[in-house]
Write a protein that binds this ligand. Structure first.
Ligand code: GDP
Length: 138
């Protein structure tokens, strides 16, 4: 699984009309789309997905944000997918994100930062299984 990562376009990215822009940036940066869907997280889904942050002060805000509207989930493939995608999306806080990164271009705040990218190969596999059945992967 070292060549795949899991992306989500978060509710703000969709509300602000950036699905097409973000997918274009992803594919023109050399990532292949291996699975793709529009879906919406339930509260239980978001609490599970972000369980690592459940002691953090922003946890309630994070799950409310992530469940307030649809998201796009995708499995992306490229050599060094996890680290290359983290570089493409930029720092968590868009104010600190490098020029040309997805968060610099399309995110509005630390919380509402347009995209998610897996932080390890192990989590990429877990997150891909969370979102996609085998028959939805190509
Ligand atoms: P990431 O790996 O860059 O997405 O960052 P983290 O794993 O540290 O945090 C997960 C997500 O929680 C971030 O992408 C933000 O959406 C959210 N988040 C992180 N820090 C804060 C914060 O201080 N305030 C709020 N509201 N959300 C935050």
């Amino acid at each position: 699984m070292a060549n795949t990562t899991l992306m989500m376009i978060k509710p703000d990215g969709i509300e602000n009309g950036h699905i097409g822009n973000i997918l274009e940036k992803v594919t023109s940066s050399g990532f292949k789309i291996k699975a793709l869907k529009l879906t919406q997280l339930t509260l239980a889904d978001a609490e599970h997905f972000y369980a690592v942050h459940n002691e953090r002060p922003f946890f309630g805000e994070l799950v409310a944000f992530m469940t307030r509207g649809p998201i796009v989930a995708a499995i992306l493939e490229k050599d060094n997918a996890v680290s290359d995608f983290r570089a493409l999306i930029g720092a968590t806080n868009p104010a600190e994100a490098a020029e040309g990164t997805i968060r610099k271009l399309y995110a509005t705040s630390m919380g509402e930062n347009a995209v998610h990218g897996s932080d390890s190969d192990e989590n990429a596999a877990i997150e891909a299984a969370f979102h996609f059945a085998t028959r939805e992967r190509f």
